[in-house]
Design a protein around this ligand. Structure first.
Ligand code: 8YV
Length: 320
């Protein structure tokens, strides 16, 4: 990748990095640009006050995005390069008004997120976290675990049949899971039944997976949806925590109004409602769906491509 990132006076372009990227990507980035690591700053506010005027590019994650207050401190900003697919934590209108490119890393993380969804389905229905805990704590000899829920053949409802939702559906087919979905609009390239009413979908399935974009910003899974899912139903979230009424979810799990949940995302990451820690019917992951070495490197390469295009006066290939 040859980016003409050196200015004529040999000054490198200044980039603000809000979170780490894989080492090989970091090395290229640090060679081509002047990197400022916000995530390592003892006092991020001081750092922004010092270097904000210099910054022309921000590299950030999908969940982290870029708060408006920070954007306001970066008057020369030309690109917000998200290492991820979610743009919900960036004010896209404001970016457009300021002629700032917002770019993502599409396609390359689809498989990983779908794999995580399947992992959460299997781990949660088969009560694997609870059972592993029994083994790890030496309690197998005197413990009788409750029987688990069979995964193969369980009815799956998908909220949001975009690339990730579709990749989950394809995997679930191999588990003989009947699939139905709800989405902003039905797709004309799949045979899965479309249900416009999310409550009807939740009532008719054993497992409800949330794979929708959070760009709309509103809560999709609330108490009535969980109520419709019912005491035999499982909820899985690989999208965004803010799409869920988290208090209602915790309550539904505590009261066994639903059977269990597998969660990779939360409303106020990295904070997780403590009430979930002691519940045996949940699987908890710290937002790891795309966190494989292979995928994060591909995501990093896309970030580099987007930066290089922007600073070479071209349109970044993965702008939104
Ligand atoms: C990443 C994500 O974990 O794609 C997204 O929007 O939330 C995740 O894939 C995140 O972007 C971390 O960089």
């Amino acid at each position: 990748m040859t980016a003409m990132t050196e200015k004529s006076n040999n000054q490198k372009i200044h980039i603000l990095l809000t979170q780490p990227v894989p080492e090989p990507i970091d090395q290229i980035m640090a060679r081509e640009y002047e990197i400022h690591r916000l995530y390592q700053a003892d006092n991020p506010e001081n750092m922004l006050a010092e270097i904000g005027l210099l910054i022309q590019g921000v590299v950030t994650g999908g969940a982290r995005g870029l708060p408006r207050e920070i954007m306001a401190q970066l008057p020369q900003l030309k690109i917000i390069a998200i290492s991820g697919i979610g743009t919900d934590a960036v004010d896209l209108d404001l970016a457009a008004r300021r002629d700032i490119y917002v770019t993502t890393t599409p396609q390359v993380l689809t498989d990983d997120v779908a794999d995580m969804a399947m992992g959460l389905i299997i781990t949660t229905l088969r009560r694997m976290s609870e059972a592993e805990h029994v083994v790890r704590t030496g309690r197998w000899p005197d413990t009788t675990l409750p029987l688990a829920r069979k995964v193969s053949g369980a009815r799956l409802g998908i909220i949001g049949l975009g690339q990730v939702g579709l990749a989950i559906a394809r995997r679930a087919e191999a588990f003989s899971m009947p699939i139905a979905y709800t989405s902003l609009a039905p797709r004309d390239d799949v045979d899965y039944p479309f249900m416009a009413d999310i409550h009807a979908l939740a009532r008719s399935v054993d497992v409800l997976v949330l794979a929708a974009s959070a760009d709309g910003g509103q809560v999709i899974v609330d108490a009535p949806v969980l109520d419709a899912l019912g005491p035999e139903g499982y909820f899985i979230n690989v999208a965004r925590g803010k799409l869920v009424d988290e208090a209602a979810l915790v309550n539904a799990l505590q009261q066994r109004q639903i059977a269990g949940a597998g969660l990779d995302v939360f409303a106020a990451e990295p904070r997780v409602p403590e009430a979930l820690f002691s519940l045996p019917n949940v699987t908890l992951q710290p937002h790891r769906a795309s966190a494989t070495e292979q995928t994060r490197i591909l995501m990093g390469q896309r970030v580099l491509e987007n930066l290089a295009a922007c600073f070479n006066g071209q349109q970044p290939p993965h702008r939104v």
